[in-house]
Ligand binder design. Structure first.
Ligand SMILES: Cc1ncc(C[n+]2csc(CCOP(=O)(O)OP(=O)(O)O)c2C)c(N)n1
Ligand SMILES: [Mg+2]
Length: 517
């Protein structure tokens, strides 16, 4: 009989998961005996980095990525980014080592106690198979659940002595899980859309996950609808220079109500309409606005405070609505307006404007620069599909390793990790993985020497001083060089342009420390 290892390797090949993101330990080593030549092991030096690299890779390939972690301690390090992967709806098969079955009664060194409970609630399914022979089937099931909308991480704990045991083969098969949505409900929405005076679309990351870019443009143009990006959307969903683009909704109740008040119909697709960051009283939506939400995640639909809801794939629903609603003759909404005077002094705004001017066509941006996000939204528009990613959870330590994962998935393409100096430090060892893979990755650090977002937040809470926000004394160029990544510091606008041109032209990873006052 074939071994569990041989069957699993063949299964992973069938599922297109020949790249393994891991950090090894004694309880995992037998998995990789005779490591197959067509497989690729991507080493992350801390499990937070491992998990986020896999997340970026899974989102960029639209196929689940395989993660291999060390029993309890490795899973523990990965949990923050597992939370983010869950919110990103990134399909992952997370495996972790477990001690040998025969010694589990003796609480052995490094064993995982209650392994399937530890990663919950941020996995859709978790399992430690009852028999060694069931390991391949558990991995296959984890894959299918991870890929079924709403996609997300699954977890399999595997005792170390299982790999050499005889296993039961798993036949490859297809699971069709895309949901076109309830036709009667979609038709009801079409009727409202046809008769609306001023409809708006609010698009979330699901539109990008479901490849709805063209369908969203087609629907917006045919219906002359304003397009907003949903609060804290983790992907780019619409050309941000399009004349129907109306900007980004902020995660605040009052702002959502006031921005949407001029619309009599709001259709949110692929993400939450009412995502909040701070508490506030008042209505969730304007009183005279009819609202609908379409998403593949029944959980999101269940907590939405108002709005009729339809469980569906974003692209399928957008396409169906465009086909059934046809062309509208209502007046074109006003085009979006941009600030007239470009920044000229050293600032995050200038950095965004210069990145926009100098980036190679098609560059992919992974952002985690909290207080600079509005500067980015204003001065660095995303114009192509699948060219922007960020953390959906708000957890930091995601973007740098995610950029490495995206870069591995889209080999040879320019990837830009746009990071705050604080954010950069949570998973900084991803620089090592970028250097090993020799990716054309530009790591751009907005070095304001502090947790600026928290100082701003402190003012919101009425604090005149916030403890623990001073980051002075970090030398990012030295850190980069210590990981095998070339680096430059930019302190003036001229140095900024020169450093960006240098970084965007290099074939391997580079870091630019952009010093802003
Ligand atoms: C894992 C994690 N820890 C802490 C926080 C809280 N937090 C939110 S913004 C922020 C500051 C980020 O600093 P930096 O990257 O320098 O960006 P800046 O605020 O300066 O723009 C922190 C610590 C978080 N969101 N996630
Ligand atoms: Mg900072």
């Amino acid at each position: 009989m074939e071994s569990v290892r041989d069957i699993t390797i063949a299964l992973l090949r069938d599922l297109g998961m020949t790249r393994i993101f891991g950090n090894p330990g004694s309880t995992e080593l037998p998995m990789f005996r005779d490591f197959p030549a067509d497989f690729d092991y991507v080493l992350g030096l801390q499990e937070a980095t491992v998990l986020a690299m896999a997340d970026g890779h899974a989102q960029a390939t639209r196929n689940a990525a395989l993660v291999n972690l060390h029993s309890s301690a490795g899973v523990g390090h990965a949990l923050g980014n597992l939370f983010t992967a869950y919110k990103n709806q990134a399909p992952l098969v997370v495996t972790a080592g477990q001690q040998a079955r025969a010694i589990l009664p003796f609480e052995p060194f490094l064993h995982a106690e209650r392994p399937t409970e530890f990663p919950r609630p941020f996995v859709k399914w978790a399992c430690e198979p009852a028999r060694a022979a069931d390991v391949p089937r558990a991995i296959a099931r984890a894959y299918h659940i991870a890929m079924t909308p709403p996609s997300g991480p699954c977890f399999v704990s595997i005792p170390v002595d299982d790999w050499d045991q005889p296993g039961e083969p798993v036949q490859p098969r297809m699971l069709a899980t895309r949901n076109p949505g309830d036709r009667a409900a979609l038709d009801q929405l079409t009727q409202q859309l046809r008769s609306a005076r001023s409809p708006a679309l609010v698009l979330g990351a699901g539109v990008a996950r479901d490849q709805g870019w063209d369908a969203a443009i087609a629907l917006a143009e045919a219906q002359r609808a304003c397009v907003y990006v949903a609060p804290f959307a983790s992907r780019n969903v619409f050309p941000e220079t399009h004349s129907l683009f109306c900007g980004f909704l902020k995660p605040s109740r009052g702002e959502i109500v006031s921005r949407l008040a001029r619309h009599d119909l709001v259709i949110a697709i692929g993400g939450p309409l009412n995502l909040y960051h701070t508490e506030a009283p008042g209505p969730h939506l304007p009183a005279d606005t009819a609202s609908w939400i379409i998403d593949d995640n029944p959980n999101l639909l269940s907590w939405a405070p108002s709005a009729n809801a339809i469980l569906a794939d974003s692209r399928m629903a957008l396409t169906y609505l465009a086909e059934t609603a046809g062309e509208s003759r209502r007046a074109m909404p006003h085009p979006s307006t941009r600030s007239a005077t470009p920044p000229s002094e050293m600032s995050d705004r200038l950095a965004m404007a210069r990145i926009a001017a100098l980036r190679p066509a098609g560059a992919i941006i992974i952002e985690e620069a909290p207080s600079s996000r509005s500067a980015m939204q204003e001065w660095l528009p995303m114009i192509a599909p699948d060219s922007f990613y960020t953390t959906a959870s708000g957890g930091l330590g995601y973007a740098l390793p995610a950029a490495v994962g995206v870069g591995l998935a889209r080999r040879g393409e320019r990837v830009i990790a746009l990071l705050g100096d604080g954010s950069a430090m949570y998973s900084i060892q991803a620089l090592f993985s970028a250097a090993k893979a020799a990716l054309p990755l530009s790591v751009l650090i907005i070095a304001n020497r502090r947790y600026q977002a928290l100082e701003q937040f402190g003012r919101h809470f009425g604090l005149d001083h916030v403890e623990g926000t001073d980051l002075s004394g970090i030398d990012f160029c030295a850190i980069a060089q210590g990981h095998g990544v070339a680096a430059r510091r930019a302190e003036t606008p001229a140095e900024l342009d020169a450093a960006l041109a240098w970084s965007f032209g290099e074939g391997g990873p580079t870091l630019v420390e952009v010093v802003v006052p």
